[in-house]
Structures are given as structure tokens and as C-alpha cells.
Ligand binder design. Sequence first.
Ligand code: 13P
Length: 248
Amino acid sequence: MNYFIAANWKMNKTIQETRDFLKSFIPMTGGITGVDIIVAPAFTALLAASDEMKGSAVQLSAQDMFWEEKGAYTGEVAPGMLLDVGCSHVIIGHSERRQYFHEDDAVVNRKIRAAHKAGLGVIFCVGESLDERESSRTFEIIKREVEQGMVDVDPYNLVVAYEPIWAIGTGKTATVEQAQEVHSFIRKTLRDIYGNKADAIRILYGGSVTPENVDSLMACNDVNGALVGGASLKSESFYKIVSFKKEN
Ligand code: 13P
């Protein structure tokens, strides 16, 4: 199973900055094997990114989408539009969407089902806040988010990203033990839903991943990749992450 490492650029980079990054980054990735590399620029830069990625193994993701196919939904973007611009994936349920745009588990589930129906691969995000961790509710929150997110969802064309909210953009990474503990809990929760098929679902870690900590995180049993914010904005830094040192 390949690792899966995705850059989530959030609300960063113009069209030109996107092109410049990819012109520098894509040639670096030629020798990398065993890693699926995905980049998720802002909506406005997807077309330019898709153009730069042609003929390369780097794949394109959007950071969000709406569940309807078309119609009077001002400001929204449909799954088919993402396919049209060249996306193979879409991030759904990021904690910033849940926090600032009030997306709940039902909305996240609806979006995941719509993405799958359109044929998009889904990067499904879950994670607890600092309050929730400190009040020992981590497993309860993760279980709820995974179970509700996966209602009527097939376990294919899907990765789950564990992003503890307290580790996002804070420089405070989960320890290897903390990551492994939650990842193995997510694996168990997925097995309860899907049986053996759950073992093919890659579980990514996200939250202050850097070139310095990526090797130890990727060495955890149930960590199958990373979702990277800040450290994915510079091509050299993201290259160091996707070329992390694999064990054995
Ligand atoms: P940082 O890597 O900046 O902590 O962001 C993580 C994240 O939210 C990726 O989706």
C-alpha cells in the first residue's frame, strides 16, 4: 500500500504562486516511489495547477465542495466541477470547515456521499479539540465523527485524516504515541463498520507535520500518510516531507 501525502494549502497562493511552486516541486518528485502525492490549492488556482500537473504523478485535490450537482447555490462548487477542472480528490470535514462554517457530521456525510457518487476520492478529516482531549473525550469524539461520517459510504476511494485540532498550525505535533493510539482506534472503528475492508483505508496524520518529524510519524503502524498545511507551502519543505525516510 502506498503512503498518501497531501498538501492542504488552505487560503494561500495566487495562480502565479501555484504555478511557481509546481514548476519547482514536480521535477523534484521524479524519483519518489511508494507515495501518492496530492496537492490541494485554493479553488481559484485549480485550473492552473491541473495544467502544471499534466503528465506528472502528482494529483490534484480541492479543499471542499457542495453536495448538489448544480443549481441556485451562490458561491458553491459542485463535485462535477471539480472533476471538470482535473481534481481526483476532495478534502471533506476539515476542522476549519467544521469550526468556521458550522459543518456538522450530517453535512460532512452528505458531502462524502456526493463526492463518491461523482467519482472523487475523499480525504475525510476528523479530530478532537484541546478541551475535548483534556476532558478525556478524544475517543468519544473520534468515534462519533468516523461513524457519522461513514453512514452509507463505501470503504473505497477514501482516506481518513486524523488532525488533532490543537496540533493544527500550532507547531505542537502529537507525539508518536498519541498519533498511533488514535490511529489504531480509528482502524478499530473502521473495522467495526467495514470488517477486513477497513484495512485498505489509509489513515493520515495531520497537525504541524514538518520535514523534522515526518520520519517518526510515518514509522507508526497505523499511520499511512500525512495531511500537511504550513510545511507544504514551500516546495523544498514539501519535497523533504514526501521523500521521508521509510523504514527497512
Ligand atoms: P499544519 O500542518 O499547518 O498544522 O496544518 C495541518 C492541517 O490542517 C492540514 O489539513
